[in-house]
Design a protein around this ligand. Structure first.
Ligand code: ANZ
Ligand code: ZN
Ligand code: ZN
Length: 846
């Protein structure tokens, strides 16, 4: 650029002194963008240990929100830190780009979903770059593009081959708003996970499922080994899988050849069964209903009540109702006839949909029996003398069977095993395990998702769908489509899509018009990052095996069940297909807290959203990111306060002023280290090394980055306090250089733009994030003296200084020699002196 008048030299100097993120940050962003290798992962042969740092990929809604900023600030700090610790880091990013919002936006704005989505991706990428996030964009994954979703189709075919993908008619959750089926995991409190006020309905449809239940036991057991996952996530998954050990027992229906198989976890209580209870939808209930109109109407009513309760998730608290069918069942253990009832609290899709009711030993059965005056019979007693014989009695550990024929006197837990085995030997039952986990329903009657690669041929395979051949993949999603009609599956209206050739007979066939649940996309995207351009396989196994498992996965706890169970399942399927060696996707998982504003979760619907762009414009990306790390420990909720961002910005400007002021000194190459450093110099070095130790420890351990950042602030205060000493030449240049370089390196993971700028200003070699992370020198970090608060009767009187690591006697005499303390205890008797080593002295006086 020419023709611009040069301002006065002084002006340039003063400008240079001022911290101006709006100049520094874009300047560095341009440089970083120009260097494709800067954040690129190296190959297996890098010779460094690998570190896979992953943040959950966003849905491209069009703009980042503060929750993203927080998530990415954590991941970015970690990735930069690991680079500085000498690791080969993979730090990728992508887009979870299929899903309903694109269709809704298309309806509203008349823009095709693909165009809308890709425009949003572009806009959010600009924001991510502006934030200075260290992603390796060469591995970017966009799930709505055919080069990615073709592998969803490929996996689908593999799963179909293995019997892991199958079709069945089932009751499905239907969101009338989304006009689609939802997985169980997507129903929250009886409502759609995307529409909190829309009650999910039950419909009977033929749907595609993934047989996740085949892995139920492994998914459960694997949780014990995931020590790097938050306990709350593991507990949520355990409950979701819901494993129950018990027995199946057949009761025959008196006067017919029908039987009712019940599922019970307490077969030891079977002599106390006083009725059999069926779900309203149980086949035997239905059969009875056919014979008796009055009964049918009552059963239908019970079903209605159950559906209502299910919709509002109040099933546990349902007001229990039931109806006696007039029929009896025979208890195979004692030959007793017990009445058969139908009840609204028995679910058709858990266990067998039928139970034996034992009112004396089960809360719900007790409540039900009281209401309908059904008999109760005690068959379990505590193993110790007790007067507490109140019912229901639900103990089993220290309890024994009574009034139970030949089983009387047995311990409950042992009896459970023995009686189940006995039932099996007699052919009327078996030990069994039941899970709450259901197979994963993956069909969606929507357009913007991966087409399911199956066809229907009436000629050669009227009953069974046929897989398309692998060579035909990808089955492309048609781009020209009318999605303004909302009834039925949009793909069903595109003739060019629907009409296919039968892979078996070559005749005319119909394509499947359902698309896959978008959770399919996010179940394995992180494997694709290891080999994102592969056009012949989802990824190269060697590459995946080098990077996996993910060392650290970071995201929101809202994914504790859905995404994190599906991806664990997918990992096991891929392992069994021979594609990878690992059993679990991620070694460690971190779930960050929410960003809240004025006491409520930041969200569009609450109208309390703070735009990251605005914060960046006002205070810079460094201040915005650093505030997101500083304002709360990462696992806690964070209340966004703009004054806090302003405060961080002022802090960064102090750092900028200090380092710039002494930049020339810092550049002093390898100044000889002083053996006789002044006390100011020693104090500075001590604080620096304490700070290094603390932050290194934080990165290794609990990630309390808020306190990491406060320790940097304390270091900066120490430097400021010693400014006049530094100006007077009382601190050696080598100490100053070490402290200011150290400060800049410590800042690099949190405020990368400013760190890069200061590093350059002080003449640092190479790229700051690729510079070795400083190592704490314990000798330098050690305190010579420590300050010990002295209390008299629990009230603070003064603080005394003692040599570090003094023994109790030394601390005690220092406390008793202090003038203020002496004045306070004058005329009183010291009854006791309590010394908490290194922490405090308390004198108890009278
Ligand atoms: C008799 C019994 C006696 C039971 C007793 C419990 C205590 P979890 O542990 O959650 O798996 N049950 C079985 N199927 C059911 C269904 N479809 N709807 C409602 N309840 C059902 O619970 C298993 C217990 O829940 C089973 O053991 C059964 O009641 C009931 F002293 O059988 B139990
Ligand atoms: Zn919905
Ligand atoms: Zn055919």
């Amino acid at each position: 650029m020419s023709g611009i008048e040069k301002p006065a030299i002084e002006k340039i100097e003063s400008e240079k002194q001022r911290y101006s993120p709006s100049e520094i940050e874009p300047k560095w962003q341009t440089r970083w963008d120009a260097d494709a290798s800067l954040y690129a992962a190296e190959g297996h042969d890098s010779g460094k240990p690998k570190y896979y740092c992953l943040e959950m990929l966003p849905y491209p809604s069009g703009a980042l929100h503060m929750g993203h900023v927080r998530n990415y600030a954590i991941g970015d700090a970690l990735a930069r830190h690991m680079w500085m610790r000498g690791f080969n880091v993979l730090h990728p990013m992508g887009w979870d780009a299929f899903g309903l919002p694109a269709e809704n936006a298309a309806l509203k704005n008349k823009v095709p979903p693909r165009q809308w989505t890709l425009a949003n991706v572009a806009a959010m990428k600009v924001q991510m770059r502006r934030m200075g996030l260290s992603y390796d964009w060469s591995t970017e994954v966009t799930t709505c593009l055919p080069d990615y979703y073709r592998w969803n189709q490929w996996f689908f075919l593999k799963m179909f081959e293995k019997g892991l993908a199958y079709r069945k008619k089932s009751k499905v959750n239907w969101c009338p708003e989304c006009q689609t089926v939802l997985a169980n995991e997507q129903v929250v409190g009886g409502c759609c996970w995307r529409h909190e006020d829309t009650v999910v309905e039950q419909r009977d449809l033929t749907q595609w499922f993934f047989r996740i239940t085949r892995y139920a036991d492994e998914l459960l057991q694997g949780l014990d080994k995931l020590e790097g996952w938050p306990e709350k996530v593991r507990t949520m998954q355990r409950n979701w899988i819901g494993r129950s050990e018990g027995a199946l027992v057949d009761f025959s229906v008196a006067g017919s050849d029908a039987k009712v198989t019940v599922f019970t976890t307490r077969v030891d209580t079977i002599f106390g069964a006083t009725s059999v209870q069926l779900a309203p939808e149980h086949a035997v209930s239905k059969a009875f209903a056919l014979e008796d109109d009055a009964l049918r109407i009552q059963i239908e009513e019970l079903l209605e009540q159950q559906k209502k309760a299910r919709e509002t998730d109040a099933l546990g608290a349902i007001e229990k109702h039931g109806v006696f069918t007039g029929r009896y069942a025979i208890n195979p253990f004692n030959g007793e006839r017990v009445p058969i009832w139908v009840a609204n609290y028995i679910l058709a899709d858990y266990g067998t949909g039928a139970i034996m009711s034992v009112p004396a030993h089960d809360e719900r059965d007790f409540e039900f029996a009281q209401k309908y005056a059904l008999p109760m019979r005690r068959v379990i007693a505590p193993n110790v003398d007790t007067n507490d014989l109140a019912l229901p009695y639900t103990g089993e550990d220290e309890a024994v069977l009574i009034d139970s024929g030949e089983w009387t006197g047995e311990n409950c837990l042992e009896a459970q095993e023995k009686m189940a085995a006995f039932a099996k030997s007699k052919g009327f039952g078996t030990p069994t395990v039941t899970y709450r986990l259901k197979d994963w329903g993956v069909s969606r009657q929507r357009y913007w998702g991966t087409p399911i690669p199956m066809v229907y041929c009436d000629t050669c395979s009227p009953d069974e769908p046929l897989p398309v051949s692998e060579s035909e993949l990808p089955i492309l999603l048609p781009e020209q489509i009318d999605i303004t009609q909302t009834n039925g599956s949009p793909l069903g209206r595109v003739a060019e899509f629907v009409n296919a050739k039968c892979p078996r007979c070559g005749g005319a066939a119909r394509r499947e018009t359902d698309t896959m649940d978008t959770f399919v996309d996010s179940s394995w995207y992180f494997y694709r990052y290891t080999d994102a351009k592969n056009s012949t396989a989802p990824f190269d196994s060697d590459k995946a095996n080098y990077w996996f498992p993910i060392d650290q996965y970071i995201g929101g706890v809202e994914h504790a069940i859905l995404h994190l169970i599906y991806s664990r399942f997918w990992t096991k399927v891929m392992r069994d297909l021979g594609l990878i060696n690992n059993d679990e996707p991620a070694e460690r998982l971190f779930t960050q807290g929410m960003v809240i504003k004025d006491g409520a979760k930041m969200s569009k619907s609450k109208g309390n959203v703070v735009s990251p762009d605005l914060m960046i414009e006002r205070y810079g990306a460094d201040a915005t990111r650093m505030y997101a790390l500083f304002a709360a420990p990462p696992d806690r909720d964070l209340e966004w306060q703009e004054e806090g961002v302003a405060g961080i910005s002022r802090f960064l400007s102090r750092v900028h002023r200090l380092v710039t002021k002494y930049a020339a000194t810092c550049a002093t190459p390898n100044a000889p280290s002083e053996s006789s450093e002044t006390s100011a110099g020693q104090a500075l070095l001590r604080r620096l090394h304490q700070t290094i130790a603390k932050i290194t420890h934080d990165f290794d351990g609990r990630w309390h980055f808020n306190t990491s950042i406060s320790s940097i602030m304390i270091l900066v205060n120490e430097i400021t306090a010693n400014e006049s000493a530094m100006d007077a030449g009382e601190v050696s240049p080598s100490a100053m250089a070490e402290v200011l370089r150290g400060l800049t390196l410590l800042l690099a993971p949190f405020a990368p733009f400013l760190a890069a700028e200061l590093w350059e200003t002080m003449g640092g070699n190479g790229v700051v994030f690729r510079t070795q992370w400083p190592i704490a020198n314990e000798d330098l970090a050690r305190e010579d003296e420590v300050e010990i608060p002295v209390q008299v009767n629990g009230k603070l009187v003064n603080v005394v200084k003692v040599p570090a690591e003094s023994d109790e006697a030394t601390v005690k005499s220092a406390a008793l020699a202090d003038a203020k303390v002496i004045a306070r205890i004058e005329g009183k008797t010291v009854v006791k002196v309590i010394v908490v080593p290194g922490k405090l002295v308390n004198l108890v006086v009278k």
